[in-house]
Each structure stands twice: as C-alpha cells, then as structure tokens.
Unconditional design. Structure first.
Ligand SMILES: N[C@@H](CCC(=O)N[C@@H](CS)C(=O)NCC(=O)O)C(=O)O
Length: 234
C-alpha cells in the first residue's frame, strides 16, 4: 500500500484509498477542470474538499503541496518511475492526466500542440479575464463608482468569446472535432460567466452562438455533470 506520510496534506486530509490519485480541490471553475478530467478519463481518485470558508488553502499542510495557495492540486501515488508525483496548476494537471490516461490529448503530432495551444489560451486569457468580470460585476468591485475597470474586462471577455466563437464555427470542439482538455479547461469558465457571475447580458453572450452550442454539449456529458459536483461541498 502506498505511503503518503511524506506529504503534510495527508495529515490534514487522511486518505482512505492511498493507491488512488489524491485530489485536493473545490468545485470552482478551476477546480472542476481536474475533477471533470478525472471523471472523463476513468482514473481512480479520492477527492478531498479544500474549504475556502475554513481558509484551508492557506494551511501549512496545503501550502506544502501548493505554495501558491490555489486549488486544484493533486498527488499521484503512482507517478513517473513509480514515484509519487505532487502537482498543482490546473493546466499542468490536465496535461499530466491526459498523458497518464491516453485520453483527450493526442500523444504526438500537430494535434497535440494545437490542443496545448488552446489550453494555454484558456489559462492565460479566458480564466484570468472572466475572473475579473466576476470581481467587477458580481463581487466587491461591483460597488466601485468608476466603471472603467469593469468595462475593460467585459470588452476583453467579449474579444476572447469572439475568438472562441470563430474557432467553434467550423469545429465541433475547441481544438478540432475531438473533445479535448482544451474544452475541459474552457467550458467551466463560460458556464460560470453566464451562471454564477450572472454576466450573460453584460457580455452579450447571444452574440456567440457557436460557444453556446458547444457549452450545451459539454454540460450534457455525464462525466461533466459528475465532475462539476466534486469534491462534494459538505
Ligand atoms: N492558475 C491556477 C489558478 C487556480 C485558482 O485561481 N484557484 C482559485 C479558485 S478558482 C483559488 O484556489 N483561490 C483561493 C485563493 O486565492 O486563496 C490554476 O489554474 O490552477
């Protein structure tokens, strides 16, 4: 049986199944990328809830796994060369799980790099910019009198949505006709923008019908439905 005692997280979140991938997360748009990928790929995993209400992400045990105090993070007890692999950053986690399972990222060739390219587009653009719309439209920033920051992020979000819409006009999924980790990274953010952030109107979401069509297909997938609710909130 795998021994996870070298990882301080295993003291705060004891494992019942130490041979499985250990996921430390919360169902936010970044967190569900990892849980959806785990559900889609069928890899065995054990979810652990990192509670922001309890400031778990700032605990020494969690910081020993991710010094950047963000979910998702994971440990694969059976990583490369049979050694345990700790990992944070959702993009790195998606690439790792795709390579491990052989799913949702071509192993080689141009399609591999096209998929990684669109994954990076999400990591560097969609996530950070949509997140700012959330801050200025729904959270503390909504009370700021000066609306220029909000307008700037709404404009940038619309620009990114237009790029995605153009890409999806002639493809089933973002990186091509095959579902990939680029979709798993991106659509939780589009869903969040429209749903939790309540920003559908302000970003004019109906101007992007191909994005909406692919989002609908994404949220109908059984593994996505399961992953969106993992780890379960207590
Ligand atoms: N670039 C990181 C971002 C992760 C991130 O921002 N996670 C948020 C939740 S969606 C978080 O953990 N926030 C907690 C905090 O900032 O204290 C990734 O993609 O993994």
């Amino acid at each position: 049986m795998t021994d996870l005692s070298a990882f301080p997280v295993s003291r705060k979140w004891p494992s019942r199944f130490p041979d499985r991938i250990q996921l430390y997360s919360l169902p936010t748009p970044n967190g569900v990328k990892a849980s959806i990928m785990l559900e889609e790929s069928g890899l065995a995993y054990e979810p652990h809830l990192v509670s922001f209400d309890g400031r778990d992400q700032l605990s020494p045990e969690f910081l020993a796994l991710n010094p950047n105090n963000k979910i998702p993070a994971m440990i694969d007890p059976n990583g490369p060369d049979g050694e345990p692999l700790p990992l944070f950053e959702s993009g790195a986690i998606l690439i790792y799980l795709a390579d491990k399972s052989g799913r949702y990222l071509p192993a080689r060739g141009a399609a591999r790099y096209a998929t990684i390219q669109w994954l990076m587009f999400q990591m560097g653009g969609v996530g950070p910019m949509f997140g700012q719309v959330g801050f200025f439209h729904k959270f503390a920033g909504k009370d700021y009198e000066d609306k220029r920051p909000r307008d700037r992020y709404v404009a940038e979000t619309r620009r990114l949505l237009a790029v995605l819409n153009g890409q999806l006009a002639s493809r089933r999924w973002i990186a091509g006709d095959d579902y990939s980790i680029a979709d798993i990274a991106t659509f939780p953010w589009v869903r969040n923008l429209i749903g939790f952030y309540g920003a559908a109107e302000i970003v004019g979401i109906t101007d992007f019908p191909h994005v909406l069509r692919a989002l609908e297909a994404f949220v109908a997938r059984p593994a996505v439905i399961r992953g969106l609710d993992m780890p379960k909130r207590e």
